[in-house]
Unconditional design. Structure first.
Length: 208
């Protein structure tokens, strides 16, 4: 059995932009991915609302993706693959980070995974890096994410550079799905199967 860790923020956790609650197990893209992959694979959900790449959040606290990453990898090892999708929360105005800095923060996470010895036989897991889709029209998060729309349009290109540099597989989810018009950052139910199918295609190509 192949073990896959999906490490991300609220869009991996399964945040519903309409109800502001968590999608049902059957709706989440991670669970759809599990269904598509079948019993030969085990998919672990590791999403947290508000999780950043490498930044301590001075407002919400306990959101630093780097701080939790290594304990998480050790807890779930051996891992065959880590699917990494972070960066949207780094667009918050309080961090004031351009797209290129967000991408290099993601690069630190990829490197940590690749040197973690959390794969089979204490080797390195494979990494599938996902660039989040661009931010759509903002509503409730407009003040918090002021300026995020423009910066988010560059994440796909910058993440591709990171994937090339680190030698990992890449998927620009902005070519597959779009962020919800309800709040501008989360995913509507009809987008979740599309994301799961695209990730499924990459996963089977990597782990075969």
């Amino acid at each position: 059995m192949k073990t896959i860790l999906c490490y991300g923020d609220s869009n991996t956790w399964g945040y519903d932009p309409v109800t502001k609650a968590r999608y049902d197990h059957t709706q989440r893209w991670t669970r759809i991915l599990q269904h598509l992959l079948g019993q030969e694979y085990f998919v672990i959900e590791e999403g947290q609302n508000g999780r950043t790449t490498v930044h301590d959040d001075p407002v919400e606290g306990h959101k630093n993706g780097m701080t939790y990453l290594l304990p998480c990898l050790e807890s779930h090892k051996p891992l065959d693959l880590v699917v990494l999708m972070l960066g949207t929360n780094d667009l918050k105005q309080r961090f004031s980070k351009p797209a290129v800095d967000i991408a290099w923060s993601v690069s630190r996470l990829v490197r940590a995974i690749q040197t973690s010895e959390s794969g089979p036989a204490d080797g390195a897991p494979e990494v599938l890096l996902l660039a989040p889709p661009p931010v759509a029209r903002l509503t409730g998060f407009a003040d918090m994410l002021a300026g995020a729309q423009e910066k988010s349009r560059h994440l796909g290109e910058e993440y591709r550079h990171v994937a090339d540099e680190r030698g990992c597989t890449f998927l620009d989810t902005g070519t597959i799905i779009r962020s919800s018009d309800v709040d501008g950052v989360h995913f509507d139910p009809d987008q979740l199967p599309l994301l799961a199918e695209a990730v499924h295609e990459r996963v089977t190509a990597i782990l075969g």
